[in-house]
Structures are given as C-alpha cells and as structure tokens.
Design a protein around this ligand. Structure first.
Ligand code: ADP
Ligand code: ADP
Length: 214
C-alpha cells in the first residue's frame, strides 16, 4: 500500500506510523526524521535544512522533494510506503503524484489524523525523542519511558526537540493551517481521504486507523 499520513504537528503521526508500518509491512518514511538524521550527521543537506526547521518554517521544496524521492526509490519502498510529514503543501503533493505517475503508480489512501489544537499543544510540550533515532518517540506523561530520559527501544538519550518550543510550535501550527491543510482538499478531489480522530490511547487510534484503511 502507498499511504500518506496527514495531521498537525504533535497529532501522533510518527507514533502511529511506527505501528501501522509494522502491521502493513511497509517502510515508515518521515521527512522530519530524515532531516534530523542529516542534521545530526552534519551533511550538506542537514546544514541547508537546519535554519528552516529551527525557525518552524518549511524546508524549501527544492531540497525536500529530492530527498523524499530518493528515499522512496530505495528497494524497501518499491512495494509501498507510509509517508509521514510529506507532502506538506500542494506543490509537494503534485510532485509526488507526478513521481508515482512516471511508474504508473498511485496512492491508495490519505489518512487524516484529527486532534483539537489544545491537545496537540500538550502532546508537543511533553514530547521527548531519542538522540540515536528520532522515530523513537515518548511523552513525559502520556507515554513515559521505563527509565527517566532513556529510550526503551535502544537505550539512547531522550531529549526535547529544539523546534518543540512555544513560539516555533505556534508558527508550525499556522503553517499547517495555511500550507498543509489544503492538501486534504487536493486529495479529497481524488477520493483518497479517510479522516479519523487521533484522540484516545495510542492502541485505540491504531485500531481505528487499521479499520479505516481496510
Ligand atoms: P512534526 O512531527 O512536529 O509534524 P516533523 O518531524 O514532521 O514535525 O518536521 C519537523 C520540521 O521538519 C518541520 O517543521 C519542517 O521544518 C521540516 N519538514 C519536515 N517535513 C517537511 C516537508 N515535507 N516539507 C518541508 N519541511 C519539512
Ligand atoms: P507527530 O509525528 O504528529 O508530530 P508524535 O507521534 O511525535 O506526533 O506525537 C507527539 C507526542 O504525543 C509524543 O510525545 C507522543 O508520545 C504523544 N502521543 C502520540 N499519540 C498519543 C496519544 N494517542 N495519546 C497521548 N499522547 C500521544
């Protein structure tokens, strides 16, 4: 299956993507995780992206689309993938359609995670991620690690993302409304959108998502 996950920052996209990708046997591709890995490795791409991420802005399409296409061309993604955080604007959605179209492929579904803004703010405020792998995600109260500050999955150090501060979060939410939400209408026109509530326990949301993707 080829699936796009959409939702505001902090909705639980990364958390759900980890379970859904496993259940569906497809790779979880997060452009945010790819950028963070490039930043921690000090690559030229990471250097280009950092200033935009720190400011809560979108990284320019010229950088993002190439990176996403390269990842989707890896052998593990040939049979399908779960995209998390990409596309984030209509130009990216059009580029994705064009790229898939070149191989006579298309998306199967766009899963839209709905969460009220006050909940998203609480989720982001308590989010802690792993230094080794930013797809290892915890929350200080909703999903605490077994040992304080230590990743359950790999023993890495947990930290708060620099862009998870109040000012940057406000900016990211605004960008979500102005630039990312329009892709929901873009995909509705293709009949691809399934919307679910992302409130409740992580496992409840996963069950809802699996049901919606049937
Ligand atoms: P969140 O999980 O809070 O939604 P992500 O980890 O997906 O955040 O993204 C973090 C930051 O990385 C974004 O605020 C943005 O600066 C950058 N980014 C991630 N994906 C994209 C994208 N598709 N286009 C442009 N910028 C992106
Ligand atoms: P996104 O990728 O959409 O930005 P994350 O998956 O990183 O969101 O989740 C944001 C924060 O909310 C994390 O700290 C995560 O542990 C927590 N979280 C995710 N899903 C839930 C849930 N259903 N209930 C409570 N907290 C959650």
């Amino acid at each position: 299956m080829r699936i796009v996950l959409v939702g505001p920052p902090g909705a639980g996209k990364g958390t759900q993507a980890a379970y859904l990708a496993k259940n569906l046997s497809i790779p979880h591709i997060s452009t945010g995780d790819l950028f963070r890995a490039n930043i921690s490795q000090g690559t030229p791409l990471g250097k280009q992206a950092k200033q935009f991420i720190d400011a809560g802005d979108l990284v320019p399409d010229s950088v993002t689309i190439g990176m996403a296409r390269e990842r989707m061309a890896q052998p593990d993604a040939v049979g399908g993938f779960l995209l998390d955080g990409f596309p984030r604007n209509v130009a990216q959605a059009e580029a994705l359609d064009a790229a898939l179209g070149e191989d006579d492929l298309a998306l199967d579904a766009v899963l839209d995670l709905e969460v009220p803004e006050d909940e998203v703010v609480k989720r982001i405020a308590g989010r802690r991620i792993c230094r080794n792998d930013s797809s290892h995600v915890f929350h200080v109260s909703y999903n605490p690690p077994k040992r304080d500050g230590v990743c359950d999955a790999c023993g890495g150090e947990l930290y708060q993302r620099e862009d998870d501060n109040e000012d940057t979060v406000r900016k990211r939410l605004e960008i979500y409304h102005t630039q990312t939400e329009p892709i929901i209408d873009y995909y509705k026109a293709q009949g691809l959108v399934v919307t679910i509530s992302a409130l409740g326990k992580v496992t409840e949301v996963t069950d809802r998502a699996m049901e919606a993707l049937k």
